[in-house]
Design a protein around this ligand. Structure first.
Ligand SMILES: Nc1nc2c(c(=O)[nH]1)N[C@H]1C(S)=C(S)[C@@H](COP(=O)(O)O)O[C@H]1N2
Ligand SMILES: [Mo]
Length: 414
């Protein structure tokens, strides 16, 4: 049977790796060993729930402010306020406080606002599609893994014929006219106009995993910023303001968040035995979020629980780290139509195979067999090392720029 869920695939890949090493002879499902009681499964993490590699849209963890949330209002009201595909309108204007010089504004009042059909028409020529983990800067784990599709934001910006005094774009969505529900994000104009460092473009997204973007996920249209944490990907998009404001004016900055911080890399455990037999290899597995600087290695270290923390070495650089194996891509891209990545997806070749692995801004599985230990209580840690050789949580260790703290678990060897 082909595995379907992220967890099934995780254990399928992991078991095959251990079988090849000759460490594992039993094949069981949903765990690394047959003895369920010694397994400390960690399938509680939202983006890696028992769901397909590409998370079903309704299984994403929802982060939406306001009461009621825009996706929960009645359909009749959604029609009135433009939250359906046939009623959606996007206004693109010059910021009255920091005026940008535009050839034209696109407004409801003038009848020039952008509608969904026009956006789709732009899509026939310009649409792009790329995989991306949606991760909240403030939560520890990914909310879901998506294949996002839409029109580059710059193609819509150029419709307004900007001339000068344009330094920043900010944007927000439907918020029941409630100032407390307003959620605004912003980007430098340069990021919108050009895709540096081989990143996909910032898009006006209307499809997720091959289907229309649901109301729950921010439909009809949301912004998706490939390299950013979730707060830049505004849902129920209604307004884009072209501005000469010189600095970020994101709502998220009000909560002390670092709003210029791209996605970090980190490793996390999925399966660790609570108890292990002394002298036998200990099978460990997990996933890694592949941030902006990639993941070159995943490593684990195991030390007696009693070892005193060293204040001169907060990130355990003096510990002995063992390389884990970064496992290959999933055997099938579950969660997508036909379990296939469609042709023309950024990061994949024409046959739907990833051009690199692990792929930046996605999830990767890893596993390791630790050499047997003598009886005792141990602390187990995991970390990523990025493509520049920087070990987690460096080079950006601060919590308010996104989570990358080193994860630690206890393990008893008997
Ligand atoms: N309009 C609007 N967009 C929003 C938010 C919001 O509250 N309102 N929350 C943001 C935050 S903080 C995150 S982490 C992501 C979460 O996306 P998801 O709900 O699709 O998982 O949406 C972002 N877009
Ligand atoms: Mo968030």
């Amino acid at each position: 049977m082909m595995p379907d869920s992220f967890i099934d695939q995780h254990f399928d890949l992991t078991r095959r790796y251990f079988l090849k090493l000759g460490i594992l002879s039993v094949v069981s499902s949903r765990s690394l060993t047959n003895s369920e009681p010694i397994l400390q499964g960690r399938p509680d993490k939202a983006g890696v729930q028992p769901d397909p590699y590409f998370t079903r849209p309704e299984y994403f963890t929802d982060v939406s402010r306001g009461n009621p949330t825009p996706h929960s209002i009645p359909i009749s009201r959604k029609r009135e306020v433009g939250l359906t595909r046939d009623t959606w309108k996007l206004e693109i204007m010059s910021d009255p406080e920091h005026h940008a010089t535009l050839g034209l504004e696109m407004t409801r009042a003038q009848g020039t606002a952008l509608d969904f059909d026009t956006l789709l028409k732009l899509g026939t020529k310009h649409a792009v599609r790329f995989p991306k983990l949606m991760t909240c800067l403030n939560l520890g784990c990914p909310l879901g893994m998506g294949l996002w599709e839409g029109v580059p934001l710059r193609d819509v910006v150029w419709l307004t014929q900007p001339k000068e005094n344009l330094r920043r774009v900010f944007y927000y969505g439907f918020h029941n006219d409630d100032p407390a529900q307003l959620f605004r994000s912003s980007l430098p104009i340069g990021r919108v106009l050009e895709d540096t460092f081989d990143l996909p473009p910032v898009i006006l997204c209307y499809k997720l995993n091959g289907g229309w973007l649901s109301s729950e996920r921010g439909g009809p249209v949301r912004i998706v910023v490939p390299e950013a944490y979730g707060f830049k990907s505004i849902k129920w998009l209604s307004h884009i303001m072209l501005s000469n404001i010189p600095a970020a004016n994101d709502t998220y900055a009000e909560q002390n968040n670092d709003v210029d911080s791209p996605l970090k890399s980190f490793a996390s455990f999925l399966s660790v035995p609570a108890k292990a037999q002394s002298g036998s290899p200990i099978l460990i597995s997990g996933y890694a979020q592949v941030g902006i600087s990639g993941v070159a290695k995943v490593q684990v270290c195991v030390e007696p629980e009693s070892k005193m923390p060293d204040s001169n070495d907060p990130y355990f650089n003096k510990s002995r780290w063992l390389d884990a194996k970064i496992l290959g891509p999933p055997s099938k891209w579950s969660g997508l139509p036909g379990n296939q990545v469609p042709t023309g997806t950024i990061g994949f070749d024409a046959s739907g195979k990833p051009l690199h692995w692990p792929l930046r801004l996605t999830n990767a599985h890893w596993a390791v067999a630790l050499p047997g230990l003598t009886p005792g209580n141990y602390s187990l840690r995991c970390r990523t090392v990025d493509d520049r050789g920087q070990a987690q949580p460096m080079p950006r260790p601060f919590q308010k720029s996104g989570r990358a703290a080193i994860e630690s678990m206890n393990i008893i060897v008997i």
